[in-house]
Ligand binder design. Sequence first.
Ligand code: NAP
Length: 246
Amino acid sequence: MARLEGKVAIVTGAGSGIGRAAAIIFAREGAKVAVADYDEKNGRETASSISGAIFIKADVSKNSDAKKLVADTVKKFGKLDVLFNNAGIVRWGNAVDTKEEDWNRVIDVNLKGAFLCSKYAIPEMIKAGRGSIINTASIAGLVAFGGIAAYCASKGGLIQLTRSMALDFAPKNIRVNAICPGIIKTAMTKDILNNKEMMQSMLKSTVIGRLGEPEDIAYAALYLASDESSFVTGTTLAVDGGWTIQ
Ligand code: NAP
């Protein structure tokens, strides 16, 4: 049997990178998938490549969009089993030179977005009698990186939100876990990886000797979404090629 047979999943940030790979893999494993992104062109492109998927335009940082995302998914597919809170952005700057608007946007998308989508998803999961929420945090939530203060804070916060929600909703059979990707080849890291020196430095810290592909994270999300992980909640799974070993 396919690993997500009969499940309904929302994947945010599914227009690109990790989210797109997860939407494709979830569907291949039998899930009905709602592809959510605020980039309409990319989101529609992902959805059109997946049989039976729907695209829902949503800015996860907006309360009304998060509410509508969950409502439209349930209206179309009848229930909700899996929420992959994956949408995220990065803005450069240390605590002194980060503009307040950049701080707010990063926290709004990366942390508040996961809160809002979960806020509306959890009551539907309670109705269904089960659920799995997966949050894409980062190794930047586990160790500090220079020059991305807001991003590090947002991902550290997301790890604690994961644990808090896991504790609150375990009695309702809802599991909540976080994945901490290392350096993955996506649009988010394109500029860094185009810089030879930066690329070499990223590769050096990734002890396994290669950078990650979006599918490396999508397969971890697949495990956490599936019933194979039914005894796993509140955990933070580093999928980082060994970055955080040393
Ligand atoms: P990506 O290719 O840029 O994908 C992120 C997607 O999220 C994009 O389609 C983006 O749209 C969308 N998005 C941004 N803000 C949104 C919002 N407010 N509402 C809905 N969708 C929104 O990057 P990725 O690398 O796959 O990132 C996915 C997640 O992994 C993020 O949470 C990121 O922080 C995390 N992560 C990535 C890495 C890495 O090395 N790539 C490492 C650790 C963690 P636009 O393209 O229009 O912005």
